[in-house]
Design a protein around this ligand. Sequence first.
Ligand code: NAP
Length: 250
Amino acid sequence: MALVGKNAIVTGGASGIGLATCRRLARDGAGIAVWDIDEAGAQKVAAELVAAGGRAVACRVDVSSRAQIDAGLARVRAELGPVQILVNNAGITFFKPFLEVSAEEWNRVMSVNLNSMLHCTQAVLPDMLAAGWGRVINISSSSAQAGSARMTAYAASKGGVIAFTKSLALELAASGVTVNNIPPGFVDTPMLRASDSSLGGGIAGVAAASPMKRPGRPEDIASACAFLASEEAGYITGHTLSVNGGRYIA
Ligand code: NAP
């Protein structure tokens, strides 16, 4: 129960990696704000955490909308209190040859995957700075580390997340707030399953080609989040913690 007394916002918390992270941080004692564009999904997760004895609130927040972020944060502060942990996890993807990518598709991915870092982090950071303690954990992607054909917009947005992480970490280093990112490899979530037909050989093909011969589990990423959120990780900042079963080794 390393996070008792702390509150965490997990964006995209209704599904996949975000859902596993909500469950894990709640198990560690944190109050959880489940933020998602899928309101019913977020409510279901929050209800599960409360039924298990935790503190949780669900908010419908589109992370590309500053107005929705500000409204969600006001609710979280009122119902849980100040926020010390932010997991910037919500993300979207699509597969297309570069020449067919429209400006609208490019901008939507940037808006959800990258601009959300600006809006969510700027909104929540004052609580952390006031407390002299905070953890910002950004979910990037091994696609940005290794490159990924037919995923130019997605990989570019996630490369931006890694650069943003390093730069903000330096800016906040003396404040007690750490900023790190986790680039997952292939993780078995609804997003990956929706991409099955776009992956060479599907999920089974990806698993067969991977060093550990299996896709990641959402819990694999959640446990890395729990570590980075913990007191023990207080001297780690600006770091890229690859959780990918050996898919990409820097
Ligand atoms: P997921 O299962 O699709 O879950 C993402 C959640 O975010 C969904 O509930 C989704 O709602 C929500 N969401 C989408 N757009 C949103 C928005 N604008 N505002 C708020 N919530 C929004 O995906 P996942 O696989 O867990 O991915 C989580 C993160 O890990 C993403 O950033 C992704 O890029 C990254 N990642 C995943 C993998 C992988 O293999 N799974 C690999 C590398 C990186 P809807 O379902 O209603 O859209």
